[in-house]
Design a protein around this ligand. Sequence first.
Ligand SMILES: NC(=O)c1ccc[n+]([C@@H]2O[C@H](COP(=O)([O-])OP(=O)(O)OC[C@H]3O[C@@H](n4cnc5c(N)ncnc54)[C@H](OP(=O)(O)O)[C@@H]3O)[C@@H](O)[C@H]2O)c1
Length: 353
Amino acid sequence: MLLVTGSTGHLGANLVRRLLDDGQRVRVLVRQQNDLTALDGLDVEKAYGDLRDLAACRNAVAGCQRIHHCAALVSTLAGNRKHRRDIFECNVLGTRNLLRAAREADVERVVVTGSLSAVGHTPDRPCNEDDLFNPFEPNLPYGFSKALVEHECWKAVAEGLPVVVAVSCAILGPNDFKPSRMGRTLVDFANRRLRAYVPGGFEFVSARDMVQGHLLAMDRGRPGQRYIFSTQFLTVDELLGIFEQVTGQRRPRLRLPGPLMSGIAAVVDQALRFFPAVPRRFTPGAVRLLRMQRRADCSRAKSELGYQPTSIADAVREAHAFFVTRGLIMDSLTAGTVPVPKSAAASAAARKI
Ligand SMILES: NC(=O)c1ccc[n+]([C@@H]2O[C@H](COP(=O)([O-])OP(=O)(O)OC[C@H]3O[C@@H](n4cnc5c(N)ncnc54)[C@H](OP(=O)(O)O)[C@@H]3O)[C@@H](O)[C@H]2O)c1
């Protein structure tokens, strides 16, 4: 039996489907009060509870040999005190609880999803696994928490639990039920609701590749190591070019200079600091990340694990097909213009997503 945390999230929902397709028995740790649509129709065993509750972690882990720990509170906000405490508790204390339960239950192996935000930034070259997180850079609370998550992992390794960290870049792809920041951007673009954009760039990973990364890390990763999984670096202009091809829509005319958008985002952030739940696209943290144009080197994953990245264009097509099926993208806007791959459309329909 395998345990997956974060199965209602973007990565977890894709991972669970792949594990089921591979014939694995899957248990998921879920919060009963939250939306469980991502699991509709899937043959999974549900353990209910929150990672912050050690007893819930022990109950979820019992009888599992392997754990994929994908759950986290993902955020690009500096946020208020409560938001920062939630991030710390869900990500750091939650991981500590899960790893403790795993150690007690003699679990064979745990793969924990890491984040590029917890890998050191190297402006002159693509960063790699050896680049340490620098706490003196202007990091977001989420980035700090993911660095501390890794500390929890290495402590558990020192205590004898085989843990591997699978570092994710910005994920794009289907089964994005919440939807994610990138998913919302694609939906708004397709529905002509994206009014402006900021130049920059980032390292992206397709959900399919990130799932593959988790499986490779589970089967072949060295405990105590982290592996970066990326599909490709894209500038915002290149990504919007893919969006245009896939959706048949044009990009917004307004291309705001980065420094100007940083200023606007800072003002909006101050005004909304007591309302972290209010969705906003351009947080100061998000703008800063885009302007940093971070690149990552995933040659360790390729050489040690046999990782082979696919394509972000395919990931965008699959995400688009998913959002059309979910009714989030108005089909009439894009009908006839979208080359949806048959496999993605068919599997989306089959799963009634
Ligand atoms: N998305 C990205 O671009 C990106 C980039 C780099 C790294 N990552 C990492 O990849 C992993 C997956 O991210 P994602 O995009 O799939 O996230 P997501 O879509 O926001 O989903 C987060 C998942 O974590 C669960 N969760 C959060 N706090 C929990 C708690 N206290 N107890 C139990 N479950 C909890 C959520 O459950 P509920 O449905 O109950 O809220 C949800 O299933 C995370 O570790 C994240 O740090 C993601």
